[in-house]
Design a protein around this ligand. Structure first.
Ligand code: NAD
Length: 424
C-alpha cells in the first residue's frame, strides 16, 4: 500500500478502506487479470484545490475542494460532485473508486471520478453558493471536459449547481459545452427522467432481485434512510407498486407509520421547508430504533457507512438495497450474509442515475433529445440486464451479489488496462 494514500484506521474503517477491502475480496476471482489489481487500489489522479470567495458581508472565506480520477481506462472520468461539511479526500477517493466499478458494471463507456467541496451549502446565500460553485469549477477546470471528465449532482448539489458549472466551463471555452456536466436543467440540454433516475433504478434493482426469490413488491414493507433525491423517489416508486413505506429517516430525525407513510404528502411537507421528523402523518421514533423496524426492503439512501456492523446485527429485513454509495462496510456485509439478508450492492442498485446521465451526454452530443418513455424503457432494460448478469454470476460462483458485480466490473476495467498496455 502506498503510505501517502493510506488513510487506514482499523478502529473506524473509512470509505477508502472499505473500497480497498472490497477490491481485495474480488482479487482471487480475476484470473490472469489479477496482475493489474494494484491499478484499482491507487487513484489515477488526486486534485486538491483551495476555493476562496467573498461572503456577502465582504469577508473572505476559504473552502477545500477535491476532484479525483480513480480510473480512466475505459473512457472519461464520470461521477458526481458533493457539497457537504463532512467531505474528506478519503471519502472522495472511495466515491470515485465506486464510480469506476459502477460504470464498468453497467458497461457505460466511462471511467470513475468524483468531486467534493467541504461546505455546508445551506449556510450560504444563493449568491455565495453561485460564487463558490463557479470558483470550484474554475479551480478543477483543467481536469474537466465532455471527453475528459463529466461531473453530475450528488449530495448537496442539484440542477442549478450543474447549470452554473456548465456556464463557468463554457465561458472559459468561448462556446456552450452542454456535455461537460449531466443532471442539468432541461432548458440547458438536460434529460427527461434524470432527476428521478437513481431512485427509479433502486426500485427496479430491488424488484428484480426480489422476483428471483419469489417475492413481489406489492404488499411488502419498506424502510428508507435519506429522503433527498434518491430516497424520496425510491420511496415513491415502492409506494406506487403497492408497498407500504413504514419508516423514514433523514438528518432531522426518524418517523414511522405501520399503515404506510403517505410519501407524496411527506414530500410536500419537506418541500415546504418543514422537518421530516415533524411530518404529522407519522409518529416520531428514536433514530436507533429506526434500524429495528421490521420490513422486507431496507433502503439506506443517505451517506456511506450508515449500516454499521452493530446495526447490521439487528436490522429486520429480507433485502438491503443500497441507494447510497458505500452504506455497508465489509464487516457489516459479513454479518448480513451470515443472517441470510441479501444485499443489492450500490454499484448496481443506484446506477440508474449515471445510466440516464449517459443518455443525457449522448443526447447532448447528438443534439437530438429522446422522450421520457424512451428513456425509461432503456433504463429498465439496462438495469434489468445488469441485475440479471450479477445475480447469475453470483449463483454460478457462489459469491455475494457485491462480489459478482465487482467481478464483472473489474474484469472489464482490467481487460481494458491489459489491452491498452503501459506507456512508455
Ligand atoms: P440528497 O442531498 O438529495 O439527500 C440526502 C438525504 O440524506 C437527505 O434527506 C438528508 O437529510 C439525509 N441525511 C444526511 N445525513 C444523514 C444522517 N446522518 N442520517 C440520516 N439521514 C441523513 O442526496 P442524494 O442525491 O439523494 O444522495 C444520497 C446518496 O445516494 C448518496 O450516498 C449519494 O452518493 C448516492 N447517490 C446519488 C445519486 C444521484 O443521482 N443523486 C446517484 C447515485 C448515488
Amino acid at each position: 500500500m502506498n503510505t501517502v494514500l493510506s488513510f487506514l484506521d482499523p478502529a473506524r474503517p473509512e470509505p477508502w478502506a472499505s473500497f480497498l477491502e472490497q477490491i481485495d475480496r474480488v482479487a482471487p476471482h480475476l484470473g490472469r487479470l489479477g496482475v493489474w489489481i494494484e491499478t484499482l487500489k491507487r487513484p489515477k489522479r488526486v486534485f486538491i484545490v483551495d476555493v476562496p470567495i467573498h461572503r456577502d458581508d465582504g469577508s473572505l472565506a476559504h473552502f477545500e475542494g477535491y476532484r479525483v480520477h480513480h480510473n480512466v481506462s475505459r473512457g472519461p472520468g464520470k461521477g458526481g460532485v458533493r457539497f457537504h461539511p463532512g467531505v474528506t479526500l478519503n471519502e472522495v477517493m472511495a466515491l470515485a473508486g465506486w464510480m469506476t466499478i459502477k460504470n464498468a458494471a453497467l458497461n457505460l463507456p466511462y471511467g470513475g471520478a468524483k468531486g467534493g467541496l467541504r461546505v455546508a451549502p445551506e449556510t450560504l446565500s444563493r449568491a455565495e453558493l453561485e460564487r463558490v460553485t463557479r470558483r470550484y469549477t474554475s479551480e478543477i477546470g483543467i481536469l474537466l471536459g465532455p471527453t475528459r471528465d463529466i461531473p453530475a449532482p450528488d449530495v448537496g448539489t442539484d440542477q442549478q449547481i450543474m447549470a452554473w458549472m456548465m456556464d463557468t466551463y463554457s465561458t472559459g471555452q468561448g462556446e456552450t459545452v452542454t456535455g461537460v456536466v449531466t443532471g442539468k436543467p432541461l432548458c440547458l440540454g438536460g434529460s427527461l427522467g434524470r432527476r428521478e433516475a437513481t431512485g427509479r433504478g433502486v426500485f427496479i434493482a430491488a424488484r428484480e432481485i426480489a422476483r428471483r426469490h419469489g417475492i413481489e413488491v406489492s404488499g411488502t414493507r419498506v424502510v428508507v434512510q435519506g429522503f433527498g433525491n434518491v430516497g424520496s423517489i425510491a420511496a415513491q416508486c415502492f409506494a406506487a407498486a403497492g408497498a407500504r413505506v413504514v419508516a423514514l429517516q433523514d438528518a432531522s430525525g426518524s418517523i414511522a407509520n405501520p399503515a404506510g407513510i403517505d410519501i407524496a404528502a411527506a414530500l410536500r411537507h419537506v418541500e415546504a421547508g418543514h422537518r421530516l421528523a415533524e411530518f404529522p402523518g407519522a409518529t416520531p421514533i428514536d433514530d436507533e430504533a429506526f434500524w429495528n423496524t421490521p420490513c422486507e426492503f431496507l433502503v439506506p439512501a443517505a451517506l456511506e457507512g450508515q449500516l454499521t456492523p452493530e446495526r447490521a446485527s439487528r436490522v429486520q429485513t429480507r433485502f438491503v438495497v443500497e441507494g447510497a454509495n458505500g452504506p455497508t462496510p465489509p464487516a457489516a456485509d459479513d454479518i448480513l450474509a451470515e443472517r441470510g439478508i441479501i444485499v443489492v450492492p450500490d454499484v448496481i442498485a443506484n446506477a440508474g442515475g449515471v445510466t440516464v446521465s449517459y443518455f443525457e451526454w449522448v443526447q447532448d452530443f447528438s443534439s437530438f433529445f429522446w422522450n421520457e418513455d424512451e428513456i425509461n424503457a432503456r433504463l429498465e432494460t439496462i438495469m434489468a440486464n445488469a441485475v440479471r448478469a450479477m445475480a447469475e454470476l453470483a449463483e454460478e460462483r457462489k459469491v455475494s451479489l457485491r462480489t459478482a458485480a465487482f467481478i464483472i466490473a473489474c474484469t472489464r476495467v482490467l481487460e481494458a488496462r491489459d489491452r491498452r498496455g503501459l506507456y512508455p
